[in-house]
Design a protein around this ligand. Structure first.
Ligand SMILES: NC(=O)c1ccc[n+]([C@@H]2O[C@H](COP(=O)([O-])OP(=O)(O)OC[C@H]3O[C@@H](n4cnc5c(N)ncnc54)[C@H](O)[C@@H]3O)[C@@H](O)[C@H]2O)c1
Length: 257
């Protein structure tokens, strides 16, 4: 599917991978519906994307009403919805038992609600809109890209909730692609390694340095958000990608810490 003239919803669009994706798809000619909890940072997108092709929606991916309002607004403003990119996410970490205290269940619930349930919430509501599109080439009506993580299968100490949420995203990719294939909607996930965003900026410098030095194969650096955005664009444009989770990680193999 060519992004030009299409309409894309991007979650987590106020920062990092989502921000780069929103800018990348806009540069390729798509109209952008940007959904994020952080209203103040979201507003800065106006400086980077032509306001006539931009709709800002403040809300949570985990809330049915917020996502329903965003996809409704996409169709009301731009006439259709063709592309959904799930980038919203959190990485709250805790050990299963730490200094005698069990993992706080509230942290578990938050991470699963945003990363896993939030991703599926966007998928189901966006796909229902895409189903109404007239079929394009090969009968294609839409494409959905989710963000998993290398932590889906090689989570580090403290990442039980995060890894479970990202393994959930990877796990739903095939059955949802199977559900939506008859509608002409493709579904993929990207599993990034370590990317230079505000999520990683919260990590102690020695931890990110150690990941780069000991676990990243080549090139020996963090990924750049525009490299993630470029893969999203490739997935959108190349209709033969479907139903898989693609690693974008410079060959990283994570150890326990
Ligand atoms: N940066 C990395 O190294 C890395 C690696 C693997 C996977 N990921 C995943 O990539 C995605 C993007 O992360 P990032 O690195 O760009 O982080 P980031 O913190 O820069 O951006 C995440 C965005 O999600 C938004 N968000 C959080 N909760 C939300 C909610 N409930 N509803 C709507 N928006 C919400 C935040 O406000 C923020 O703007 C996440 O799913 C993350 O787990 C990141």
């Amino acid at each position: 599917m060519k992004p030009e003239g299409k309409v894309a919803i991007v979650t987590g669009a106020a920062s990092g991978l989502g921000l780069a994706t929103a800018c990348g798809l806009a540069a390729a000619g798509a109209s952008i519906v940007a959904l994020d909890l952080d209203e103040a940072r979201l507003a800065r997108l106006r400086e980077q994307v032509d306001p006539s092709r931009l709709l800002l929606c403040a809300g949570s991916v985990a809330e049915e009403v917020d996502v329903a309002a965003a996809v409704d607004a996409a169709v009301a403003r731009f006439g259709a919805l063709h592309i959904a990119v799930n980038c919203a996410g959190v990485a709250d970490a805790a050990k299963t038992v730490s200094r005698g205290e069990p993992f706080p269940l509230a942290v578990w619930d938050k991470v699963i609600a945003i990363n896993l349930t939030g991703t599926f919430n966007v998928i189901r509501l966006a796909a229902a809109k895409m189903a109404g599109n007239p079929p394009g080439e090969d009968g294609e009506r839409g494409v959905i890209v989710n963000t998993s993580s290398g932590a889906a299968w090689q989570g580090q100490i403290g990442q039980a909730a995060y890894s479970a949420s990202k393994a959930g995203v990877m796990g739903l990719t095939l059955p949802v692609a199977r559900d939506l294939a008859p509608l002409g909607i493709r579904v993929l996930s990207i599993a990034p390694g370590l990317f230079d965003t505000s999520m990683v900026a919260g990590m102690p410098e020695n931890v990110s340095r150690s990941i780069i030095d000991r676990m990243v194969l080549f090139p020996s650096r963090m990924g750049r958000a525009d490299e993630f955005a470029a893969l999203v664009r490739t997935i959108v444009e190349n209709s033969y990608f479907n139903a898989s989770t693609i690693s974008l990680d410079a060959g990283a193999r994570m150890s326990a810490r």
